[in-house]
Write a protein that binds this ligand. Structure first.
Ligand SMILES: *Cc1c(COP(=O)(O)O)cnc(C)c1O
Length: 420
């Protein structure tokens, strides 16, 4: 197994003991100790193999330890790992150009997580709004934008933000996919609207096509910035590089993370050029952002998506998986709906889903439950029919075993086991 740690430290009892004693207990945990990953598979400390259909909340979106990412990280780590942002290095500009080319031609700010990318977007929106005395940002109920104080305030789920009051001012929320509610909320103070083009943590909610188009026109009419949080939807998850490309519109700002680094911690904000240029020296920074090592990992991810035609794979496998899930829906009457696009899929059930997730985990399949009754299924975009068949077989067995109870409690974020 992993030669970097002595055998006795791999023992699962020792591992969990260290966590209990020394790690801040802010996560619900499955109890499993993972020690190795490859593609869609993970292995635990007992050597048990798991099919991972929710790889790191979409971080390992092109599979665990993708060989191209491993190779890029290994090679770059021998050449140059970090260079401070008061200098140049070749790879940051290359990556920015690439991100610009595959999206809407903007400029890029690099950071290290989704929340930081959204923080950058908030600050840029405030810079933009300050020209006309506006600072308000409207986001959606049930959204998820991160855990820093500003992004958790922007996140439209008070259970995440309330304990941390007083919260930053200038944020308000409206129901998702309800254009009238948004139109009424906009006032002379609104500088920007932020939306996940498909809500992830909120339960894989796909909006109506004309909703996003109406939001886009409203933003243009009122000179407000349209920000898309594509942290979860980006990099092929939906069958296009970015989810906005399904809707015939372009955001002014887009935030990225998760799959972008193939497992390496990165975040990025892409902004329309004229807006991006408001961030003059001194306005924003990240010490680690856009390091040579991070950029090489990202370049390898994008290169892999292009060379291995993974967008095409997502469309084919997405349809295949969705059809299998529809078959499960016919078989198990407590499945209310199959939701999603591409390989960003979910089944909505009647009752509580955490028991099913736990049962699947026991049988070697990792999926996620959000909002109590939405089973999120988001395999690596490199997946194939064999893996999908194996996953659906396990899911079918677990659904048969577990007609869920009626009551819907919520399963907390960070907990795919229902233990918290
Ligand atoms: C995960 C997620 C974030 C937060 O990303 P972190 O890297 O955890 O800060 C923000 N927005 C969306 C849509 C996400 O799914």
């Amino acid at each position: 197994m992993n030669k970097l740690i002595p055998d006795n430290e791999m023992e699962s009892r020792k591992v969990t003991e260290n966590y209990e004693k020394y790690v801040v207990p802010s996560y619900g945990r499955s109890g499993i100790v993972f020690v190795r990953g490859k593609g869609s598979y993970l292995w635990d400390s007992d050597g048990k193999k798991y099919l991972d259909f929710f790889p790191g909340w979409a971080v390992s979106g092109i599979g665990h330890c993708n060989p191209n990412v491993v190779d890029a990280i290994c090679r770059q780590s021998e050449i140059l790992i970090h260079i401070a942002n008061n200098h140049y290095h070749p790879w940051q500009g290359m990556l920015a150009k690439k991100l610009s080319d595959i999206s809407f031609g903007g400029k890029v700010f690099f950071c290290n997580s989704g929340a930081e990318a959204n923080e950058a977007a908030i600050k840029l929106a405030r810079l933009y709004g300050s020209k006309t005395g506006r600072h308000g940002i409207i986001s959606m109920e049930n959204s998820f934008h991160g855990r820093t104080l500003a992004t958790v305030t922007m996140t439209g789920q008070p259970k995440y933000s309330k304990p941390f009051a007083p919260l930053p001012a200038g944020f308000s929320h409206v129901p998702f996919n309800d254009f009238d509610a948004l139109r009424k909320k906009v006032d002379g103070n609104t500088a920007a609207v932020i939306i996940e083009p498909i809500q992830g943590e909120g339960g894989i909610n796909v909006p109506d096509r004309d909703y996003l188009q109406q939001v886009s026109s409203l933003c243009r009419d009122k000179d407000m910035l349209l920000i898309f949080d594509e942290v979860q939807t980006g990099f092929g998850r939906t069958g296009r590089f970015f989810a906005y490309q399904h809707f015939g519109i372009t955001p002014d700002i887009m935030t990225l993370a998760k799959t972008l680094g193939g497992g390496f911690p990165v975040g990025a904000m892409v902004a329309r050029k004229d807006i991006a240029d408001l961030m003059i020296p001194g306005t924003h920074a990240s010490t680690f952002g856009g390091s040579p090592l991070a950029c090489q990992a990202c370049l390898a991810v994008i290169d892999t998506i292009e060379k291995e035609r993974l967008l095409h794979n997502v469309r084919i496998m997405g349809e295949y998986l969705a059809s299998k899930l529809s078959w499960l829906k016919q078989k198990h009457p407590f499945i209310r709906a199959v939701k999603g696009i591409g390989l960003m899929l979910a089944i909505e059930i009647e009752g509580e889903g955490s028991g099913i997730v736990r049962e699947c985990t026991g049988k070697g399949l990792l999926i996620n439950c959000t909002h109590g009754n939405i089973l999120r299924i988001m395999p690596a975009i490199t997946t194939d029919k064999t893996e999908i068949d194996a996953a659906v077989k396990i899911l079918d067995e677990c659904l048969s075993l577990y007609p869920p109870t009626r009551k819907t409690t919520g399963c907390a974020r960070g907990d795919s086991t229902g233990k918290s």
